[in-house]
Design a protein around this ligand. Structure first.
Ligand code: URA
Ligand code: SF4
Length: 204
């Protein structure tokens, strides 16, 4: 696992980075994935959102957050008064990590080695976009952006000091999909929306 550093072009804009990422061999995840999925959205966005890694749908389509978790995120953004096309949306890890079970591809969380290997891409996105605030969707994103383990429940919803910009950590939208019942789901959704509102204020 050499890490992505050698594949990241210096002083590149988002379009150049998106072209270059397909050649990355910084960790083993490129082997089984269909393609790398890079960040998308406004290249000068004030708000940058960081997810975990592409899912099954994203791996096939080549775009972040276009599957079930993306629909949940879209709804939460709308409710928080944030237009999806005014943010920059990316992931901590650019290739899909999964396990094959029969014909199904089951999501596996990226490990710390994958997160560290892929971090140079995220850093290059920070440098290209220069966001005024960064949202971490879940623990993987928080680990990558803050460079330390983060307990979402303890640190969510208020701006933390980040190296690039204030960082707001919140739950991953897939936690809403996994909620046990309607009450849990509604509470989780309301929490995500509240955190996104705080992030919007932090970016203004
Ligand atoms: N989950 C993520 O974290 N990112 C995506 O792009 C899709 C699902
Ligand atoms: Fe490179 Fe990141 Fe893909 Fe690993 S996951 S090969 S570091 S782009």
């Amino acid at each position: 696992r050499p890490g992505a550093e050698a594949w990241v072009p210096p002083a590149a804009d988002v379009t150049q980075l998106r072209d270059a990422v397909q050649g990355c061999r910084g960790c083993e995840l490129w082997r089984d994935a269909t393609q790398a999925v890079f960040g998308e959205g406004t290249a000068s966005a004030r708000l940058m959102l960081v997810g975990e890694q592409p899912g099954d749908r994203e791996d096939r389509d080549g775009e972040p957050f276009v599957g079930p978790a993306g629909r949940v995120l879209d709804d939460a953004l709308a409710e928080a008064g944030i237009a999806r096309d005014e943010v920059y949306l990316t992931n901590a890890v650019k290739h899909f990590r999964f396990e094959e079970r029969g014909k199904r591809r089951i999501h596996r969380r990226p490990d710390v080695g994958n997160i560290t290997a892929c971090r140079p891409w995220l850093e290059a996105e920070f440098a290209a976009v220069l966001p005024a605030a960064i949202v971490c969707l879940g623990a993987t994103a928080a680990r990558s952006v803050l460079g330390r383990p983060v307990k979402i429940g303890e640190e969510r919803g208020h701006p933390l000091d980040g190296a690039q910009a204030p960082v707001i950590v919140t739950i991953h939208p897939s936690a809403i999909l996994r909620a046990r019942d309607t009450a849990d789901r509604d509470a989780a959704r309301a929490g995500l929306v509240a955190d996104l509102r705080r992030a919007r204020e932090a970016a203004d």
